[in-house]
Design a protein around this ligand. Structure first.
Ligand SMILES: Nc1ccn([C@H]2C[C@H](O)[C@@H](COP(=O)(O)OP(=O)(O)OP(=O)(O)O)O2)c(=O)n1
Length: 148
């Protein structure tokens, strides 16, 4: 048995976006489901799964981080719905020709530039509330530093 397949069986295989992308591609090809995995179908499927994910939290009110009061079954169900959203997102990105990992890293950089720590620390305001964005949103009162 190869090292990678024994790792996979032991559940210690590194999970990367690329490994998920490949597994979803295999999953679709083996079932002749590529015909159904159009961008629009995948987007709608993903939104449906977001709905299923939301149902888990529906009517519960705010829940503590780490979900200390949830049972194992509930947490497992949550993991399944989170995974459905992720898997459809990965497949959608692939079918749109977007390198999701690269795009996400670039977006993180954009976010960091838009929300500089010195302006945003401890504040959850939109970037348009930042003093440096005043020209974009001249009527906005306050700022990211408001309340500090
Ligand atoms: N045409 C399809 C159908 C399913 N899947 C995969 C991706 C999701 O991870 C999962 C979704 O399966 P279901 O549509 O059966 O949804 P659930 O697993 O949420 O089941 P249910 O809706 O019965 O709760 O299967 C897929 O790739 N392409």
């Amino acid at each position: 048995m190869s090292l990678s397949s024994s790792r996979a069986m032991a559940g210690t295989e590194a999970v990367t976006l690329e490994s998920l992308r490949k597994k979803m591609a295999d999953f679709a090809r083996e079932r002749d489901w590529e015909q159904f995995h159009s961008p629009r179908n995948l987007l709608l499927a993903m939104v449906g799964e977001v709905g299923e994910l939301s149902e888990i939290f529906q009517w519960k009110g705010e829940v503590a981080k780490g979900l200390p009061d949830w049972g194992e079954d509930e947490k497992q169900h949550l993991g399944e719905e989170l995974s459905d959203v992720l898997l459809y997102l990965v497949r959608l990105s692939d079918m749109c020709g977007v390198d999701l990992g690269k795009a996400a890293l670039r977006k993180l950089d954009l976010n960091a530039a838009k929300y500089p720590v010195h302006l945003c620390k401890g504040s959850s305001g939109k970037h348009t509330d930042n003093p440096s964005d005043a020209n974009e949103n001249p009527k906005s009162g306050g700022g990211a530093t408001e309340g500090l």
